[in-house]
Write a protein that binds this ligand. Structure first.
Ligand code: FES
Length: 87
């Protein structure tokens, strides 16, 4: 697991290994718009301010993935202990 911090509130949420970022935040009342929930459509695109993403989607290009500035929280995860999201 890893933690996600919401930049606007400073609140930190633990993401369990078997739960997506979208699902975990939804349970806390933070809704990220989704459609496919499989890393294909791009609807859930979210900016990343800090931390290293473990990209699992098929939407971003290799260059965009390498830039580590945005990710798809319906399926992607973190390599670092913490991700700070621009939410
Ligand atoms: Fe489609 Fe995340 S909801 S890529």
């Amino acid at each position: 697991g890893f933690d996600v911090r919401i930049a606007s509130t400073g609140k930190v949420y633990a993401i369990a290994p078997d739960v997506s970022v979208v699902e975990a935040l939804r349970k806390e009342g933070i809704d990220i718009l989704t459609s496919c929930e499989q890393g294909v459509c791009g609807t859930c695109l979210t900016r990343v301010l800090e931390g290293e993403v473990d990209h699992r989607d098929m939407y971003l290009t290799d260059e965009e993935k390498a830039a580590n500035e945005q990710f798809m929280p319906c399926c992607s995860r973190a390599r670092s202990k913490l991700l700070v999201l621009d939410l």
